[in-house]
Design a protein. Structure first.
Length: 218
């Protein structure tokens, strides 16, 4: 029986599990910290990626992570209000920052590897207010002329929306707490910490809906 639309036919013997669950898209959590809200002009200052994987019970869990401090690109805008929120000093001598092209290219390299390992066709960005992160990622790709972007150019999974659905909260800190996890305000607005918390929230929501998904495909 066709329920809305059947998932694509795949060979279960050669499946990683994630490929079947997300129609051959690999979810990868991305969080960026920036010098403002305008992707075309404002600096990318931090970027982090958290991969997800399935455990022995078929439940999604956060996996390995990557994080880079990023040098502002030439003539980029740095809004003092945004820097006050993130606490980032873009020119601190101990930041050990790299250029945005190098940071994004290294993340893309690992994403492409994981797409292949998980037998997927493409990655899809997971983010909290994911349109913001995807905008900055796409702007960096265009600005630096990076080839072979593994992410879908406009589709994403938004944990603000998923959190509103599953736990009645859309702010990341509140949604994480409502989902049963601890939140540390002192670590917030770090790309790595926010990405890790977003990954926890995403996995929790997906796992809560696992019985419904299994009924849908049965």
């Amino acid at each position: 029986m066709n329920k809305l639309s059947d998932p694509p036919k795949t060979d279960d013997q050669n499946s990683s599990g994630i490929d079947l669950r997300f129609r051959r898209f690999l979810p990868v959590v991305i969080d960026v910290e920036t010098g403002g809200f305008i992707a075309a002009t404002d600096a990318l200052l931090e970027i982090a990626a958290v991969f997800v994987e399935l455990d022995e019970n078929g439940l999604l869990k956060p996996g390995k992570s990557m994080r880079y401090h990023v040098n502002p690109f030439p003539d980029s805008r740095l809004d003092p209000a945004s820097l006050a929120v993130t606490g980032i000093d873009p020119y601190h001598p101990l930041r050990l920052a790299v250029d945005e092209k190098d940071a994004v290219r290294e993340i893309f390299k690992e994403v492409r590897k994981e797409v292949k390992v998980q037998k997927c066709n493409r990655a899809i960005l997971v983010g909290h207010n994911s349109f913001f992160d995807l905008q900055f990622l796409n702007a960096t790709v265009e600005r630096t002329n990076i080839k072979r972007n593994p992410f879908h150019p406009f589709s994403s999974f938004d944990t603000a929306t998923l959190g509103g659905l599953a736990v009645g909260q859309t702010v990341l800190a509140r949604a994480v707490a409502a989902a049963g996890f601890d939140w540390d305000d002192s670590q917030a607005h770090s790309a790595l910490y926010d990405a890790q918390m977003t990954a926890l929230l995403f996995c929790e929501v997906i796992n809560r809906y696992k019985p419904i998904y299994e009924e849908f495909i049965s």
